[in-house]
Design a protein around this ligand. Sequence first.
Ligand code: XMP
Length: 303
Amino acid sequence: MVDYKKVIEDAVDKIKNECKGKTIIALSGGVDSSVCAVIAHRAIGEDLVPIFVDTGFMREGEPERIMDVFGDMNLEVIDARDRFIEAVEGVSDPEEKRKIIGETFIRVFEEKAKEVGARYLIQGTIYPDRIESEGGIKSHHNVGGLPINIEFEGIVEPIADLYKDEVRIVARELGLPEEISERMPFPGPGLAVRIVGEVTREKLEVVKRANRIVEEELDEFGPWQAFAAVLEKGTGVKGDVRVHGWIIAVRAVESRDGMTASPVEMPWENLRRISSRIAAEIPDVARVVYDITPKPPATIEYE
Ligand code: XMP
């Protein structure tokens, strides 16, 4: 039986020992970085500089939601939306997209660090992120996507030995609100990995709205993870006219740690409701499909 109080104490000690002076932490709104932020705040208090980088690839309403929870920790929102979308413009290779996003994150962190005189960065990397990056499956933005020359004296990863379900236990132990401790995983590169191929402002808008609908409809269902991705365009008929509209894939999976996953056997009624809402509420969508592939062979995200 793991003693999670001890896990927290050890993480606090690690940060105290390794981070000297001002230290940056980037919050994403997810459970991993939130847990790190609370632990780091316990460890170094006012020396912690929490930021939220608004990449534009986050879910709708995310900056406001995160401000609600962490506003009293002096959280600063950095608006980098144009910068991120311009960085991935014209790029359709999934690994290249991930690397560019990871690198853009780091550059934003470095600039902030220079401004406040911080030499350390805390990251919420967890165990499966490390395994998958080391195994060459993909480059997680917070691991393999790091450019070689990082201008930090140290990158500290206080929960790098924990699995997702353990991070949730720690979050509860720390008294984080349920909307964070029980929140679905969300990838670091954000909605960019739920857009197959090139990221455009149009696809981003479509995928954002589709994700909101899926989250609203599946909230009470509580799958491990559920989301929407935008694929190619296909033919449809809307209001008696043939259209060439986006194909949206809906995915809902059960998993322990994201390393393997199985599709949720969703009631037909829920699927039908999601499909009609997406097609009705997003003008340029012509088709909605439900992904029934387990991992492996598919990954959970689309890129
Ligand atoms: P895949 O798509 O690899 O995803 O089957 C497994 C789990 O990890 C999440 N994911 C990420 N998390 N940075 C993260 O912090 C990333 O780059 C990243 N890519 C995927 C994904 O949402 C799923 O829960």
